[in-house]
Design a protein around this ligand. Structure first.
Ligand code: SER
Length: 319
């Protein structure tokens, strides 16, 4: 049996920097080719093959994929919601063209068996049911990031139905991690708050204190991604993108939780343009199809997550 060879695009990013390590453990370091447009951390660069690669350059991409006989692609590179609002057309071009490059290559190159591409809760908008948002909902996203993710989902399903491409996707909620910061997202406050609590004992939050959004700790997000990708294709009923929930929290929840560990921690709320984005996204997500089809089962709740975040960031700050 031929061994899988995996290409990760965006290996230096928030998800990529952790998913690369997990995939190398599972498949063997030599089988997992990490790539990014920028340099990745030492553990990624030294822990297996790493190359600078621009997903927008379809010729280089196809050359790389054929030369290394890639069988699975994880395409994680994207401009996130906040940054996308600053340069909407550029963000649309990057987020859409990169996905279309991958889907076209998957259609043309026989040895590509599976593709993973992340969608987001940003596909929903202000007219969507906010609480326990169903898999099938009204979808009128108001951000360019959300519009591109929704269009991307439609393309994924199109390539699946029309060409039989096995492309899989989840709608990630806000992801919380200590290793690599996200950069430019709306849910990023929930990462920044931990760093600032430890460094400054103060955080100025750009989201209102009572705006709820769903969040997931990175270890659960990685587990979910691996689980979905390992599931036999015939068990999957969704070929656009699966809802995955997590735990719904407001900035005040994070603040109160951190304060238990750092009593002197203070917060001010000074909402900026990202407040309108946050307000347009769901409070909580109905993910019963993910649980049924491929056993989605997140574990890390806020209390536990706060302990891990504070412990790990403290360690990093000492280095
Ligand atoms: N977490 C992302 C963002 O805030 C959404 O997928 O942009």
């Amino acid at each position: 049996m031929r061994k899988d060879k995996i290409l990760i695009i965006g290996a230096a990013g928030q998800i990529g920097s952790e998913l690369t390590i997990a995939l190398r453990k599972q498949y063997g370091a030599a089988q997992v080719f990490a790539t990014d447009i920028k340099m990745a951390g030492d553990d990624i660069v030294q822990g297996g093959p790493f190359q600078i690669l621009d997903v927008m350059n379809d010729k280089m991409l196809i050359h790389f994929i054929i030369r290394h006989k890639i069988t699975q692609i994880y395409h994680l590179a994207a401009v996130l919601s906040g940054n996308a609002e600053k340069l909407p057309i550029q963000a649309w071009n990057i987020n859409m063209d990169s996905l279309l490059n991958i889907l076209e290559i998957a259609r043309m190159v026989d040895h590509i068996k599976k593709v993973f591409w992340p969608s987001s809760i940003a596909v929903f908008g202000p007219t969507t049911q906010k609480k326990n948002t169903p898999q099938l909902s009204v979808m009128e996203p108001t951000t360019v990031y959300g519009i591109a993710k929704l269009a991307g989902e439609r393309w994924c399903e199109y390539y699946h139905h029309k060409y039989g491409i096995d492309v899989r996707s989840v709608r990630y909620p806000g992801l919380i991690s200590y290793k690599t910061e996200a950069g430019g997202g709306t849910t990023d406050y929930a990462v920044e708050i931990y760093f600032e609590a430890l460094q400054e004992e103060y955080y100025e939050c750009f989201i209102k204190k009572d705006t709820a959004m769903p969040f997931l700790f990175m270890s659960d997000a990685i587990d979910a991604t691996l689980k979905l990708m390992e599931t036999p294709e015939h068990q999957l009923s969704i070929h656009s993108s699966y809802n995955i929930g997590g735990y719904s929290h407001t900035p005040e929840d994070f603040y109160n939780n951190i304060k238990k560990h750092i009593p002197s921690f203070r917060i001010d709320y000074n909402p900026d343009f990202r407040q309108a984005i946050a307000a347009s996204w769901p409070d909580s997500i109905d993910d019963q199809l993910s649980r049924r089809d491929w056993g989605y089962d997140p574990k890390c709740k806020l209390e536990e997550m706060t302990k891990i975040m504070l412990r790990q960031i403290k360690k990093q700050l000492k280095q």
